[in-house]
Design a protein around this ligand. Structure first.
Ligand code: FES
Ligand code: FES
Length: 154
């Protein structure tokens, strides 16, 4: 066990855990941030997508010690023009079915639109390919990203 300090959602937090503990479990079990989901645990589904220094990453395979100098952002605190546009588009299109994958999908979509406000279908497919949806909401996800893109372009 070790005391590890890291920044999550703009706040400095300290946890007493094994340094190899995956960030996902620290978020969910130590900090109660349960919006980030466990799907596969082996970086294959995207359900656990969070941002580390603005870059989408898999919290299930990120040891907590690796983020001690980083800014972690979860679905609970994602903010800014892209996040607002994505959230509004998700509601407008009514994207989720069971919802389980959706926080990861939103985190990936926001990261895409921060990099590229006008993504093509191919850009969207490339950016979202690591985020699996067992309910196959892919068509609605793509449309929602396009709607969010239109909002951002004004
Ligand atoms: S739970 Fe992390 S990628 Fe599946
Ligand atoms: S909405 Fe059910 S897994 Fe994606």
């Amino acid at each position: 066990m070790a005391q590890i300090t890291f920044n999550v959602n703009g706040e400095k937090r300290q946890v007493d855990v094994d340094p190899n503990t995956p960030l996902l479990w620290v978020l969910r079990d130590e900090l109660g941030l349960t919006g980030t989901k466990f799907g596969c645990g082996i970086a294959q589904c995207g359900a656990c997508t969070i941002h580390i220094d603005g870059v989408p990453q898999r919290a299930c395979v990120t040891p907590i010690e690796a983020v001690s100098d980083s800014q972690v952002t979860t679905i609970e605190a994602i903010d800014g023009a892209e996040a607002k546009a994505v959230q509004a588009a998700w509601v407008e299109i009514d994207v989720p079915q069971c919802g389980y994958c959706q926080s990861g999908q939103v985190m990936a979509a926001v990261a895409l639109l921060r990099e590229n406000k006008d993504p093509t279908d191919e850009d969207i497919d490339n950016a979202m390919s690591g985020n699996i949806c067992r309910c196959a909401t892919y068509v609605r996800i793509r449309q929602a990203i396009k709607n969010a893109s239109a909002t951002l372009k004004g």
